[in-house]
Ligand binder design. Structure first.
Ligand SMILES: [Zn+2]
Length: 389
């Protein structure tokens, strides 16, 4: 399975810019390290003037010259993210006519099994919605990360369409046909409910990244709490030393007062003892307070540290694209070393397979990590049959 959660790298910034501008109705061509953007009058972006703009995919000012630079830190990219989060344009792409090339599933691409023939039989017209999301993870103190994530679902069944999501974030080649953005046909309610489902999918899918960041933040909070506890222990030691010193001096004063011959000297010692006793009471009160807080594990401080390290996760849609596609069945005739099989699986034109396939022995779902094997003309996984016989 491809991990489509990616930190904002150069490639992600380029791919995202292309998707966003296309959704806004622009047409984007890749030329060497440049994106050439044709912006029509009707484009729903205020970022670029109508006409043709060249974006140079580089952070090197010598290469960008007078053109706009496009890289994760560039002004253009940051403006684009800002516009996208406030705007989240909705576009439409029709996959049925332009996208007839069969997209083989990962578990077949990664397998030794060869494909003898493919046949796609379309049954119904369906609508998919893909959303590009910006996932922000931050803590009050310092940690912050940004992920871009694509998710796609069928609007009727709300099932995830990972092959379509992968395709949207995949690398484009210079000769790939640009998407033709069209006005959307789905109504706002469908967009809203689809977005909710998509956001749930996104949160579910970025969970491992969030867990990792959360664990890091928790470790940092624990280290800080431990440091605080050690400082307080040190403070308790200091107070105890100070207390025994004062107690000793009180004893000395009592003895001196008793042994004094002169009335004035005796009174002076008694006065000194009184002041020392006040000091001792204060020290005892401080010490008791600290020891109590320590036995309860410094709850206020712990809360304050935890709050400072707690995670704030946001999932913002950047673009929403409607895809019209044909849902049907794909027949795959596959063979390997004398074994052969015919597989029929749910498939959408331009969307890829819409169903998973299980190993007939262990019932594990086939994946790029555990691709297809054939054994006695049966569909198996690589774990069940690691070596082709
Ligand atoms: Zn198996």
């Amino acid at each position: 399975m491809t991990d489509t959660a990616i930190a904002v790298t150069q490639t992600a910034a380029e791919r995202f810019t292309e998707l966003y501008l296309e959704t806004c109705g622009c047409s984007v061509r890749t030329h060497e390290d440049k994106l050439v953007v044709d912006v029509p009058e009707t484009a729903s972006t205020a970022l670029l003037e109508p006409g043709t703009t060249t974006l140079v995919c580089s952070a090197d000012p010598e290469r960008t010259g007078n053109d706009r630079a496009l890289n994760p830190e560039s002004e253009t990219f940051q403006e684009l993210l800002r516009e996208a989060t406030t705007h989240a344009p909705v576009g439409r792409v029709d996959l049925t006519e332009t996208d007839t090339e069969i997209r083989l599933p990962d578990w077949l691409v990664e397998s030794d099994v060869s494909v003898a023939s493919t046949q796609f039989q379309p049954y119904y017209d369906r609508t998919a919605v893909a959303g590009l999301f910006q996932v922000g993870v931050e803590t009050v103190s310092e940690y912050q990360t940004q992920l871009l994530r694509v998710a796609a679902i069928d609007t009727t069944s709300h099932t995830a369409l990972p092959a379509l999501a992968d395709r949207l974030l995949g690398q484009t080649t210079p000769d790939s046909t640009p998407f033709e953005a069209n006005p959307p046909t789905i109504d706002e309610d469908v967009v809203r409910t689809s977005l909710e489902s998509l956001q749930e999918h996104v949160v579910e899918q970025v969970e491992p990244s969030i867990t990792e960041i959360r664990e890091g933040a928790t470790r940092a909070a624990h280290a800080e709490q431990e440091e605080y506890r050690q400082l307080q222990d040190q403070r308790i030691d200091e107070l105890e030393t100070e207390l025994s010193r004062v107690t000793e001096k009180i004893e000395e004063c009592s003895e001196a007062a008793e042994a004094a011959d002169e009335q004035t000297e005796r009174l002076a010692k008694l006065q000194e003892r009184k002041e020392l006793k006040t000091e001792r009471d204060e020290l005892q009160a401080d010490l008791q307070e600290l020891r109590e807080a320590r036995s309860r594990g410094f709850p206020e401080k712990r809360q304050e540290i935890n709050d400072r390290h707690s995670l704030h996760v946001t999932v913002e849609p950047l673009t929403v694209t409607e895809y019209q596609y044909e849902q049907g069945e794909l027949e795959l005739n596959v063979s390997n070393a004398g074994d052969k099989a015919s597989i029929r699986i749910g498939y959408g034109n331009g969307v890829g397979i819409t169903e998973s396939l299980d190993c007939s022995r262990c019932e594990t779902t086939l994946s790029s990590e555990n691709p297809l094997r054939l054994h006695n003309d049966e569909i198996c996984c690589t774990h069940c049959h690691p070596h082709t016989t």
